[in-house]
Design a protein around this ligand. Structure first.
Ligand code: ADP
Ligand code: ASP
Ligand code: MG
Length: 438
């Protein structure tokens, strides 16, 4: 018998009906021994995720605003699920404890993490599996960085004691014992860490779409599913906005060479997408694997005559950004130009200071700043061996009347990144899709 780790996302465990579907899926294969769950997500369009409600409770409490009604919505959802699943875990007791801690001013991470904690308790009881808390197992350092090796050891040790278990996603603990969460969507990372520790044959990630699609289905209606994709390609896509799998969930699976299978809880008959080290063959005639995009970047373009002869220019750019604690997203270069691409979030209102620092330390002839840019990555191994891919991409955008503000063709030739205005993101992705996907 093998071991499968199955992670169910927010919409897959949003209420008792959805949890019923997950039970069927789990029981259909005895190998599905370790289950990682998210907090209850949206039940319908316009619904609110439990995680968002919990963050709201915390912000209200912080500003001394009433949050009782909001917290009541959270309580009601769990109580109804407890009744509908016909389990008795005394969820009210846990909710009272969370309310008390909220009142005492506990951390946002603790409050947010309770969404998965309570859901895992309910689902473990419903499946007849052990509940294994992620606190103490998933470990972070004092700066909030995951400790992958320590986590792997602790998880391995604990999983040995449980033949079947449900583990809450999204959080672990800091060295001082306090709860620490991943960034949003982080239950995917928990699932990958559990899969690695369990030495699973496969990490199944169950969600509300039948796999990774060539483009975000909210932008390209009816986008085609990708049957196989490599870890590398998917990391590019998820980093650039294909939010179906958290970008940091890929590393643990890849390190242990565990295939990831994205599946649809509402259509378990679909095979979904298989993510492995080697990319599978593309459909006949298909050149690209996927397209993804993200908004809100700033480009600082530096021009300096004879730049190519200057030593240490890029190192100084990196140094300046490090001083501002900003990470560099891209750095397309020409002979006498360097474009520094950073996210607007990380600039945090300090753009003038950053530009001034560049001016003083690098003494460029000109500096141009382009704000409100979106980056679009077109990804695929198939692209490198085909001439004319970039030409086809640029002409698709030109025909659509999109103004390309920046181009960065990675040396791996696995992706081409273009910068366009934020407002052009959606129509650019549609145009690229039309040009490459028949
Ligand atoms: P879960 O709650 O199960 O973790 P998410 O909402 O995090 O689910 O991820 C699934 C969603 O990701 C889909 O419903 C879809 O809207 C979005 N998405 C964005 N890009 C893609 C893509 N390329 N392929 C599939 N889904 C995508
Ligand atoms: N519940 C968390 C979120 O909404 C984590 C997750 O669902 O993966 O971000
Ligand atoms: Mg997710």
């Amino acid at each position: 018998m093998g071991i499968k780790v199955a992670k169910f996302g927010g919409s897959s465990v949003a209420d008792a009906i959805q949890i019923g579907k997950t039970k069927k899926i789990i029981e259909a294969d005895p190998d599905r021994k370790y289950i990682v769950v998210s907090a209850p997500g949206k039940r319908f369009d316009g619904d609110t995720k439990i995680t968002d409600l919990l963050y709201l409770c915390k912000t209200h409490r912080e500003h001394n605003l009433p949050y009782e009604q909001l917290f009541q919505v959270v309580c009601d959802r769990y109580k109804v699920t407890e009744v509908n699943l016909e389990v008795e875990v005394n969820i009210r007791k846990y909710l009272d404890e969370i309310r008390e801690n909220l009142e005492k001013g506990t951390t946002a991470d603790y409050v947010a993490s309770r969404g998965e904690y309570l859901n895992a308790i309910l689902i473990a009881a419903y499946l007849g599996y052990d509940f294994v808390d992620a606190a103490g197992l998933i470990q972070f350092d004092a700066k909030g960085r995951l400790l992958p090796e320590e986590t792997d050891r602790a998880l391995k040790e604990e999983l040995k004691k449980h033949e079947r278990a449900v583990i809450p996603g999204f959080y672990g603990s800091s060295p001082d014992g306090s709860v620490k969460t991943f960034s949003r969507g982080g239950s995917d990372i928990t699932g990958a860490l559990v899969a690695r520790a369990a030495e699973a044959d496969v990490y199944e990630n169950w969600t509300d779409v039948s796999g990774v699609l060539v483009a975000d289905p909210r932008i390209v209606e009816g986008a085609k599913p990708i049957s196989t994709i490599s870890y590398k390609e998917l990391r590019e896509l998820s980093y650039m906005g294909a939010s179906v799998l958290h970008e940091d969930a890929i590393y643990p699976a890849r390190a242990a060479d565990i295939p990831v299978n994205i599946r649809n809880t509402n259509r378990p008959q679909d095979e979904g997408t298989l993510i492995t080290a080697e990319a599978g063959p593309l459909e006949d005639g298909q050149i690209i694997t996927g397209i993804a995009g993200r908004k809100n970047f700033t480009v600082i373009a530096l021009y300096k005559n004879m730049l190519s002869d200057e030593r240490g220019f890029v190192r100084r750019i990196a140094g300046i950004l490090e001083d501002f604690d900003i990470s560099l997203e891209h750095l397309p270069t020409g002979i006498d130009t360097v474009s520094v691409v950073i996210s607007e979030d990380s600039i945090d209102g300090r753009l003038d200071e950053i530009v001034e620092e560049f001016r003083q330390q690098l003494k460029p002839d000109t500096i141009d700043v382009i704000e409100h840019m979106a980056l679009i990555a077109t990804v695929g191994y198939g692209m490198s061996s085909r001439p004319g891919v970039s030409a086809a991409l640029f002409s698709a955008l030109a025909e659509e009347g999109v103004n390309i503000r920046m181009i960065d063709q990675g040396s791996s030739e696995m992706n081409i990144i273009v910068g366009v205005e934020n407002d052009d993101l959606e129509r650019s992705i549609k145009a690229i899709y039309r040009a490459f996907i028949k």
